[in-house]
Design a protein around this ligand. Sequence first.
Ligand SMILES: [Zn+2]
Length: 248
Amino acid sequence: MYAEPAIEPQLYSPRLGSLEQVTKTMLAAFGEAGKDTGVEVGALLTINTDENLEIAEDLAYVAARHAGRGVTGLGTAGFVEPGNLRRYRSSASIAQASGLPIVSHAGQTGGPESITEALDELGATRISHGFRAIECTELVHRLADEKIVCDMCPVSNHRLGIISKVEDHPAPRLLRAGIQITLNADDPLWFKAGITDQYEIARKSWGLSDPEIASFARAGALATGMSSGTRQRLLEGVAAWLKEENSP
Ligand SMILES: [Zn+2]
């Protein structure tokens, strides 16, 4: 019903024009595709913190201009975690001033300190990955208390060799510690796995209950920038599934 990809318009700029033009083109294409597929798309315009310092504020302004009209957040992603996020504070403020949340990659290649950095330096309210929070009890409590949502991608973590056995992924322990978690494909073309594959892991490898599995979809509905109509339909669908699964 809804997809929220992290997109770096700067990658396409050399061929497709300015950040604004690329973003407009993409948003129009998402709108068209949505009419055919019934899948709504929200775009997380994303700064690559390894190399995008000089365009970061420009991208934040583009995101701000399209806030609530196809762009649903400003993301940061980088291979190096922690990544000196302080340098991106002004960009984060530009997005936040227009009501967009900051969604930061952290706690994947980097340890718990990279998650703390995203929270403290950028005011991130969602963390992409974040599973390495498990290494710091204090941080686990903080994520639960502050209702920070962690977007986890078990197939990706396993295929990249960060988690050796998918059964040992910390997501179930983090969920039971009260952290809100969504399940995601990360990069479905690269990893050859979609959303359903992640849910299969939750069922078969982690042995989670129906309410626990439903909580992933519910967190996705509540934490992302989908329209209120889609959110309502999704939440109703999850509730109906739970009821059906648990009726005799
Ligand atoms: Zn990722």
